[in-house]
Write a protein that binds this ligand. Structure first.
Ligand SMILES: Cc1cc2nc3c(=O)[nH]c(=O)nc-3n(C[C@H](O)[C@H](O)[C@H](O)COP(=O)(O)OP(=O)(O)OC[C@H]3O[C@@H](n4cnc5c(N)ncnc54)[C@H](O)[C@@H]3O)c2cc1C
Length: 593
């Protein structure tokens, strides 16, 4: 049975020592209700839930999967009880406003709680995750009456939420969706169309499901400027809040897929289903982006959780497994061979994963803190700066954290040798379950387009310049004993500044340049972000004594010497330009000649 021990020591170190979270919370009147003791209690409770409730359901959930029969979906055994326990524990509303029954906890804390759930059962986590995302979109754009009707029930777990964007012919390009919204005389709309790949589109965990559906009204402008957002409940809601008749919206089938098998991925049919407009007509995409941006950071956390889980299991296995002898002499004379931990290559794989976990965790908390500033700060300048930072870093959080996590999980699987390919050890499930995080919520390729296009070229490099300025200020302030990370971070910052300028110039001459450079640019900025995180980790660790902190400095050295050098290859590939890719004819790809 795979193991999982919540990495509470590292979580507390990151919150308390790296980000001085309590100071940050207490200095903000809207967050003064949070202190370190409350945060630690929340993390410890979530650790128990993850270890005792969701971890044991991970394997059985994968084996049983979600089932569709007679127009309804059932989840695997134990999911309903676990969801009820999760809801009763107040976890769905952990970050929600108190007005709607939430606990108004900061994002920099809730990302850590989310990590534990993603580590132990990503399929389970997706059900409440979509509810929280739907709640956020409604909180930002819905009318007061809509909020009062839906939010308390969503956060209590009585109802759940979905995000219905994708159609058979329209995934990345939502401008071409066909789902129609015909206005009725009473102000409601009839929604007709088919959505595919809808996570949690139907299930037996909650009594009602609130679908947030993108659709087009009859006179809508073409493209993404003509998309509106609608609430389409599975059961209509009566004026007194009780459940009314069944709406004509429901699952046609569920997908049979590579991983996250316990998460129901539904084809949803809307057959003149009653829908309620959220916000204004044709402004639906902005509302949906509130939900999507939230989910995108969450996908990064999905990566982190999987990488932590895979690392822990691989490290345990490497300690127990004996194969071969150490090249410097026998280490375990009483055993037929030494532990595979004596081999440098096994250590390399484990350290890659460990470095990824610690940097990703710090980065998730950093992005969470920026989101907290946008939500809780009263200083308009701080809010504007944090908004720019969140815009820049959301594609990194989604794509870089899932790409590096997938590499880490594959490395962890390799530590098991052939046993990593066998069900028993849980690694093959971990690989299958994580792969989707690179694909959904906008593929990682499309995230990279967002970073290089809308977040960099469109603002002429303003967002990245602001980020680099912050990183330089921080690095320049480091103690001279930390010159190893200070110099490395300042060098990366300069490299990113130069390559960004290069991209801005080449994009003017050649419209195809950015698309070809995007993934490498995202990874380069990801490496800058991890350098910044290790600089923060090193600063906090240097101020303390003891093995735990010494190890943080040693891991920082490992990152600089063994991971950061990837930056050069990314920059070379960006400079190679688009011609070497685009000069092939379309015909070449399907012909053998
Ligand atoms: C298990 C699962 C759960 C999902 N859950 C949901 C959900 O709850 N709600 C929902 O609405 N959707 C959901 N999705 C859909 C998911 O978000 C989309 O599949 C994903 O965004 C990609 O869209 P697509 O499949 O249409 O691929 P396409 O858009 O057809 O893309 C195909 C390929 O082309 C590339 N590409 C496309 N455009 C560009 C471009 N401009 N530049 C460079 N490359 C490009 C992509 O990166 C990709 O590699 C889910 C999907 C799965 C598999």
């Amino acid at each position: 049975m795979p193991i999982y021990n919540a990495p509470l020591a590292d979580m507390k170190f990151i919150l308390n020592d790296v980000f001085k979270a309590e100071q940050f919370w207490q200095s903000n009147e809207n967050l003064a209700h949070v202190d370190a003791a409350t945060a630690e209690a929340i993390l410890e409770e979530m650790a128990k839930f993850a270890q005792n409730v969701t971890l044991p359901l991970n394997r059985t959930g994968d084996e049983q999967g979600a089932h569709y029969e007679n127009g309804a979906v059932t989840t695997p055994a134990g999911f309903k009880e676990a969801f009820q326990q999760y809801a009763e524990g107040g976890w769905i509303g952990l970050a929600a406003d108190e007005e709607w029954g939430g606990q108004a906890m900061p994002k920099m804390l809730t990302v850590l709680a989310d990590e534990m759930l993603f580590a132990t059962n990503p399929s389970f986590m997706l059900y409440p995750l979509l509810s929280v995302g739907a709640g956020m979109a409604l909180n930002s754009y819905a009318s007061q009456e809509q909020k009062e009707t839906y939010l308390p029930k969503i956060y209590s777990g009585e109802w759940s939420g979905t995000m219905c964007l994708t159609e058979p012919h329209a995934g990345t390009d939502l401008g071409i969706i066909k789902t129609k919204a015909e206005p009725n005389t009473d102000g409601t709309y009839n929604i007709t169309g088919t959505k595919i790949f809808i996570t949690g589109g139907d299930h037996d965990l909650a009594e009602n499901i609130i679908h947030l559906v993108l659709a087009k009204t009859p006179d809508a402008p073409a493209g993404s400027r003509g998309i509106s957002l609608f609430i389409v409940p599975k059961f209509l809601v009566n004026a007194d809040g009780s459940l009314g008749e069944r709406n004509t919206a429901g699952p046609g089938s569920i997908e049979h897929k590579m991983g996250i098998k316990a998460s129901a991925t539904c084809v949803m049919n809307f057959d003149a289903a009653k829908g309620y407009l959220v916000g204004k007509e044709n402004e639906g995409l902005a509302a949906m982006f509130v939900m999507m941006n939230y989910e995108r950071l969450s996908m990064g956390i999905q990566g982190l959780g999987a990488s932590e889980y895979a690392y822990q299991n691989a490290a345990q296995y490497a300690t127990d497994r004996v194969q071969g002898r150490s090249v410097t002499g026998v280490k375990s004379p009483n055993k037929p061979a030494d532990s595979i931990l004596v081999h440098g290559d096994v250590r390399r794989m484990l350290l890659n994963a460990r470095a990824n976990n610690e940097a990703s965790r710090a980065f998730a908390v950093y992005v969470g803190q920026q989101l907290d500033i946008t939500k809780f700060s009263t200083d308009p300048e701080a809010i504007a700066a944090a908004n720019n930072r969140v815009a820049l870093l959301t594609p990194i959080a989604k794509a870089y954290l899932t790409d590096t996590a997938f590499d880490a999980v594959i490395d962890a699987q390799m530590v098991f040798g052939g046993h990593g390919y066998i069900r028993e050890w849980g690694m093959e499930q971990c690989v299958r379950d994580l792969r989707i995080a690179q694909i959904y919520e906008g593929t990682n390729g499309v995230q990279s387009q967002d970073l290089i296009g809308r977040k960099t070229i469109k603002c002429n490099g303003k967002f990245i310049a602001e980020y680099i300025a912050e990183i330089r200020d921080f690095a320049n302030d480091l103690d001279t004993d930390l010159n190893f990370i200070k110099d490395a971070t300042l060098d990366v910052a300069t490299e990113i500044e130069m390559i960004t300028q290069h991209i801005l110039e080449r994009a003017q001459e050649n419209a195809e340049f950015p698309n070809a450079a995007a993934v490498d640019y995202l990874h380069a900025v990801g490496l800058l972000s991890f350098s910044y995180m290790f600089a923060k980790i090193a600063k906090a660790a240097y101020a303390k004594e003891g093995e735990f902190y010494q190890n943080k400095l040693a891991l920082t050295h490992y990152f600089i010497q063994r991971i950061l050098p990837d930056l050069s290859s990314r920059i070379m590939k960006i400079k190679a330009g688009s011609e070497v890719i685009m000069d092939f004819s379309e015909d070449y790809f399907i012909n053998q000649a």
